[in-house]
Design a protein. Sequence first.
Length: 392
Amino acid sequence: MAKATASSPKAKEERIERLRLEDIHLDTRNPRFGGTAGSMRNETQILDTLVGKFGIEDVLSSLAVNGYFDAEPLVGLKDPKGKGVRIVEGNRRLAACLILADDKRAANQQPRVRESQALQEQHKGRPIIEVPVLVFEESEWKNELLPYLGVRHIAASQPWDSYAKAAWIAQVLENRDLTLDDVIQMIGDQHRTTPRMLEGFYFVHQLMDEARFKPGDSLRKGRGSNPDYPFSWVYTALGYSPVRRWLGLEDLSEGKKKEPVPKKRLDDAEDLITYLFGNKSKERQPAISDSRNISDLARAVADPRRLQLLKRGKTVAEVIELTRPAQDRVISGLMDAQESLGSVLVTLSEGEIKTEQAKELVEPSKKVLTLARDVHSRIKNAFTGPEEDSDG
């Protein structure tokens, strides 16, 4: 007979317990918090972060008007020391319940407490004292809870962003007896982006541990769980072969290597982060303007001449222009000059310039004429050779 899984109705009914709010706890290790996951001092701080970072008004108003729907239980892991249940799925809903109940953990949310309780009273709602929780034992993490969370977190209708996914996967691999293939299979990652995200996560944290990357110094901001920098740019850049060769990265380590960059290439890895995001402390602007330029950056680091220009602070666009063939650069410049002079000529033809204004334009026009003659002479000499002096 097949074993009931966490997602089957029978298994849910058997596991659901109605628990009082004081017996359930917010998750201090919630990967949605990104780089701050695990650093929260207490549940008040966790609740405030949930409210500030992810918003809670929609859930709060729904609970105040409609009460708690038993069909949507929270998911929790029983504390082995008997200190209640830690909620691993549904922390926003729990935070809303705590605010509505004026729990001590919502001490900093008094305006929301008053507004939500007034709304609840207006709709004659009953106070929320206890809620349904799908409870798992610690020993059931791998075979029961983890697959359930994998689907909820990664493949839900409102999936987590890439950094939160990578943080969660890294946490799972570190704390549980699972392989990366186990995780890939449980979350249905058909394109195998998981190893790339995980390598990017380890890459960033290696540089942070080596004091070579401070997220707050990034001039290119991210969003979601990782607002300091766009995490997806990292693993996208690491996906290009020229970047991997430059950094001495081996084949994708499939999550087995927490320090993917060889020690002798850490300077280059630090440069890559600067090219991607800039550095506020070093007053260096990013070398690219958006994610579409990452492929151009990858080609640039493969060319020693272009790489040196990047190291000197040039942008990728400037590097490409400076290393274009001379003929292309001259033609482009001549076309720009021709277009600009054509525009000036149209303005002059329309008689918009008055006599006094024209006097001020004589000198600038002479300089343009001198430059044009010099350019023409140099191009002609390059083609025919220098002309001999007429009296020679």
